[in-house]
Design a protein around this ligand. Structure first.
Ligand SMILES: [Cu+2]
Length: 264
């Protein structure tokens, strides 16, 4: 299900880019166009693409929001940041672009109607405004930021896996997309602790085992966790360990799934 909602989200993105590409192309065409009638036609064409643009935006938002719930991403910073960038950029672009289009349309209609209230030079100056470039750079920059947030998923200090709100002696870690959701865990020294393990990978076996690091406090494997196939959860009971730096590893994927466990 999750992949289908991401699929829908990306379909929305394609529609969004195609529909808005019409407006972008026309905006730059306007800078070289001086015939008021042609300009009126171009503005009408741009306006006609706006509906497809808003429909795509809705599909994009719907797919993204639902996928966010299914993937349990709403507890992480990147998805909120991406949504904020989308909303704020949309508002900024609307506020910057709308007066420009409105003025060009108004003047083009007046000139086409034979009005002489606006001179050719003034019309030229309005059409040569740098406003469209500002809007395009803003939009493209925001797309790059959102793409970065979606690809790299930085938690931005907001993550369900932060151990700060856990009681001492309770450690939580999740596996998703053949990766642990954190590369650093900490546990108290010289007392037993639990590891609440959440395997979110459907059909994929994972576990959590604890190994000493070279030169660490223990010479032998400290703990071997039972392997569970996701989606499944299990709480491991780990016996007391001396303070030191250890590795926590999934024995099924020891290369991709490894992190540092600090016992202090
Ligand atoms: Cu694994």
């Amino acid at each position: 299900m999750y992949r289908w909602w991401v699929f829908l989200h990306i379909v929305g993105v394609f529609g969004f880019l195609v529909a808005h590409g019409v407006s972008v192309a026309i905006t730059f065409q306007l800078r070289t166009e001086r015939d008021p009638r042609r300009i009126g036609d171009l503005l009408a064409l741009s306006g006609s693409s706006i509906r497809a643009f808003y429909v795509s935006l809705l599909v994009l938002l719907l797919g993204g929001v639902v996928a966010g719930f299914l993937g349990e991403w709403w507890s992480e910073g990147w998805i909120w940041a991406a949504l904020a960038v989308l909303i704020l950029t949309s508002i900024a672009m609307l506020l910057l672009a709308r007066p420009y289009y409105r003025r060009v349309g108004l003047v083009a209609r007046a000139l086409a109607g034979g009005s002489e209230a606006v001179s050719e030079e003034e019309f030229d100056r309005i059409l040569r405004s740098r406003r469209p470039i500002t809007v395009a750079v803003l939009g493209f920059g925001a797309l790059l930021v959102i793409l970065y947030l979606m690809m790299f998923k930085p938690t931005l200090g907001l993550s369900a896996s932060t151990t700060s709100d856990q009681e001492p002696g309770q450690v939580a870690v999740a596996a998703r997309n053949i990766a642990f959701d954190t590369d650093r865990l900490s546990a108290p020294a010289s007392q037993p602790f639990t590891i609440a393990f959440d395997n979110q990978d459907a059909g994929v076996p994972h576990n959590v085992s604890i190994y000493p690091q070279p030169g660490g406090a223990q010479a032998f494997q400290v703990f071997v966790g039972e392997i569970i196939t996701g989606p499944d959860e299990l709480t491991y009971e780990v016996p007391a360990q001396p303070p030191g730096t250890y590795s926590f590893v999934c024995d099924v994927h020891p290369v991709q799934m490894v992190g540092t466990l600090v016992i202090e």
